[in-house]
Design a protein around this ligand. Structure first.
Ligand SMILES: O=C1C[C@@](O)(C(=O)O)C[C@@H](O)[C@@H]1O
Length: 343
């Protein structure tokens, strides 16, 4: 029986108006990510495992990974990180490496994923009906992300083609994913209005994204966004931004408020350490927030009441502070590293 896929963070965030960040992993072997995975995952909500990019040897333009290899990869990722997994087989015609005709192989891999208890499973709407039905029947606790991609530049957010694709996705998905190549920045405005109108009529989470440079704005504004990280081999789609870049951009367009904090206390060294570690944590994730140590009372005051001798005590103090300010888990390894170097 399937391992538990946990609660559905994506739907919970969506209902609470909190942006969800999905991080696509493009390693061909997740073991290669072992030492950097924690850092890549800070502030993210869900891993996307791009199954069509997995493999032990040289990966050709077309790729069907071995099921045993995929099973091991899933187990490894589940053991390395608590974040839920979106299991994605992206076909050639939709921008990936999996052959469009390898239906049985895709179905077998999807069943394997459901049995492994993945949180989310991407099912392209172009797959034959029997695959879609089989997966929706067997999905258990996994949520089905019904997805459609268009790379032609001919599909518009306001057009009939997209409306039809949406109806197809909505007929079986728990979550709807529409990714369309944007040819002009105005496509992002249409996308924004599409999302607004959709929300007024539907409850299911909608992941709508504009691909390409002209779609970049949508990666900043969309309620659910796919973000990359500098330590990932390559972004899984052109013009994907890092989470830090999204935060910076959200600040610049007035969607993320800057917090100025005055760090004060009687022990000067502890104050300095807290300020430096907290600032490093903010910088890591692109938050615009700033820690002042000049004793100013113009800003919200954070008082360091204890003497923080050890790196661990700084870590604990700053970790909690970071989370209370950002409502996100703290980048502990970054804080730890800075704490051990500040005198
Ligand atoms: O469906 C998508 C969206 C995507 O293509 C993007 O544009 O970010 C990236 C893919 O990894 C993912 O499967």
């Amino acid at each position: 029986m399937a391992a538990s896929s946990g609660s559905d963070i994506l739907s919970a965030n969506y209902q609470n108006g909190k942006q969800t960040f999905i991080i696509p992993l493009t390693f061909q072997d997740v073991n290669d990510a072992k030492h950097v995975l924690t850092r890549i995952g800070y502030s993210g909500d869900i891993w996307e495992l791009r199954v069509d990019l997995l493999g032990s040897g040289v990966i050709e333009e077309e790729n069907i990974p071995d099921p045993q290899y995929v099973k091991k990869q899933l187990e490894t990722l589940q053991s390395l990180s608590p974040l839920p997994i979106l299991f994605t087989i992206r076909t050639r015609s939709q921008g990936g490496k999996f052959p469009d005709t390898a239906v049985q192989e895709a179905l077998d891999l999807m069943i394997l994923a459901v049995d492994a208890g993945v949180g989310y499973i991407d099912v392209e709407i172009e797959w034959p009906d029997y695959l879609i039905q089989e997966i929706t029947k067997r999905k258990s606790e996994s949520k089905v992300v019904a997805s459609y991609h268009s790379w032609t530049g001919d599909v518009r957010w306001t057009g009939e083609v997209l409306r039809e694709k949406f109806v197809a996705a909505n007929s079986f998905g728990d979550i709807i994913k529409l990714s369309i190549l944007s040819t002009v920045i105005e496509d992002c405005f249409d996308l924004g209005l599409f999302v607004r109108d959709y929300k007024a009529q539907h409850e299911k989470p909608l992941l709508a994204v504009g691909m390409g440079l002209n779609g970049q704005l949508s990666r900043i504004t969309s309620p659910i966004s796919l973000v990359t990280h500098p330590l990932i081999p390559f972004p899984s789609a052109p013009s994907q931004l890092s989470l830090a870049e999204v935060h910076k951009a959200r600040y610049l367009i007035g969607q993320l408020e800057k917090r100025d904090l005055s760090i004060r206390g009687t022990d000067e060294r502890s104050v300095r350490r807290v300020a430096q570690c907290l600032q490093a944590a903010f910088d890591e994730l692109g938050y615009p927030h700033f820690c002042h140590v000049d004793g100013s009372d113009r800003y919200k005051t954070i008082t360091v009441t204890e003497t923080l001798e050890s790196a661990d005590s700084v870590l604990e103090f700053v970790g909690k502070l970071f989370t209370s300010i950002t409502e996100r888990p703290a980048p502990l390894s970054v804080i730890e590293q800075v704490a051990s170097t500040v005198n």
